[in-house]
Design a protein around this ligand. Structure first.
Ligand SMILES: [Zn+2]
Ligand SMILES: [Zn+2]
Length: 189
């Protein structure tokens, strides 16, 4: 095993850095840093601090590796068995990582588009409206190669924003006018 010089870590530890953070910086495991600091004469502040923040992945029944603990629902998302309501695994993981319950307006987006990839780094917690924006831009990118383009409510084609009016939704003026004419005709019949 490589010899580490703990004196520099000791200084940082005494200045308030946690041994867990120091272990991460040094690229060694937390237990090794803890023992090394103690051997170097540090007055240790407790094991809970030494392991704080290290475990961000769920364990036991909430873990993706728990055999039989999860299943894939009709929408293609992983759900957890044996918990009330069989919750979505990505929401549980996101809650674990941010350290609180998700709010009703909060959605968990899968960054790479794989609904079953519930690694921390693939999950983005955002509001409902921001989530809709992300997907509108992803769709525009996929369909016409430009994430800024918007889709007309009436003719359903994508166009540059300067060709569209936007109220609560984007539309071509001509398409809206045609739609209104149509409606009047139908009503008159
Ligand atoms: Zn999404
Ligand atoms: Zn249109």
């Amino acid at each position: 095993m490589r010899k580490h010089d703990y004196s520099k870590y000791l200084e940082a530890y005494n200045a308030g850095a946690s041994s867990a953070d120091l272990a991460r910086q040094a690229g060694m495991n937390p237990g090794q840093m803890y023992r090394g600091l103690r051997a170097a004469g540090a007055r240790m502040r407790g094991v809970s601090e030494a392991t704080k923040g290290i475990k961000t992945m769920p364990s036991g029944k909430e873990s993706a590796s728990f055999k039989g603990g999860t299943f894939i629902d009709q929408s293609g998302y992983i759900r957890v068995r044996g918990m009330r309501g069989m919750p979505l695994q990505h929401r549980l993981i996101a809650e674990r990582v941010i350290g609180r319950k998700l709010r009703a307006v909060e959605v968990v987006h899968h960054i790479n588009g794989n609904k079953q990839d519930n690694r921390n780094e693939n999950l983005l917690v955002c509001t409902n409206s921001y989530h809709r924006l992300i997907h509108a831009r992803m769709d525009a990118q996929a369909v016409c190669g430009n994430p800024n383009w918007l889709r007309c409510r009436y003719c359903h084609t994508y166009d540059a924003p300067e060709h569209l009016s936007v109220n609560s939704f984007p539309y071509h003026r001509a398409c809206a006018a045609a739609y209104q004419r149509d409606r009047k005709l139908r009503a008159a019949r």
